[in-house]
Design a protein around this ligand. Structure first.
Ligand code: SF4
Ligand code: SF4
Length: 72
């Protein structure tokens, strides 16, 4: 379980992602692996979650959490 906290929010690497868009930026939405999927329409232009520290530290297996929600 990824903790939804300020430390992980700061570490989240979503912002340079090609799928991260103005809607998500405007709502300060990220850390989807520790929160829930985005309320925005998300284009599938690639996912860079696998390069993220939170992904490594929590042994996550997947990506596109902005679209699919958290990993179980
Ligand atoms: S794994 Fe993805 S959604 Fe989770 S903190 Fe990292 S970049 Fe953000
Ligand atoms: S969860 Fe993955 S696809 Fe979605 S914005 Fe973050 S890095 Fe990009």
């Amino acid at each position: 379980m990824v903790q939804d906290n300020q430390e992980n929010f700061s570490k989240c690497g979503c912002e340079p992602c090609p799928s991260y868009n103005a809607c998500m930026r405007g709502g300060s939405q990220k850390l989807f692996c520790g929160k829930d999927k985005s309320s925005c329409e998300v284009p599938m232009n690639g996912c860079i979650c696998m390069n993220c520290l939170v992904h490594m530290e929590n042994n996550l297996q997947s990506g596109y959490y902005c679209k699919k929600g958290k990993e179980e």
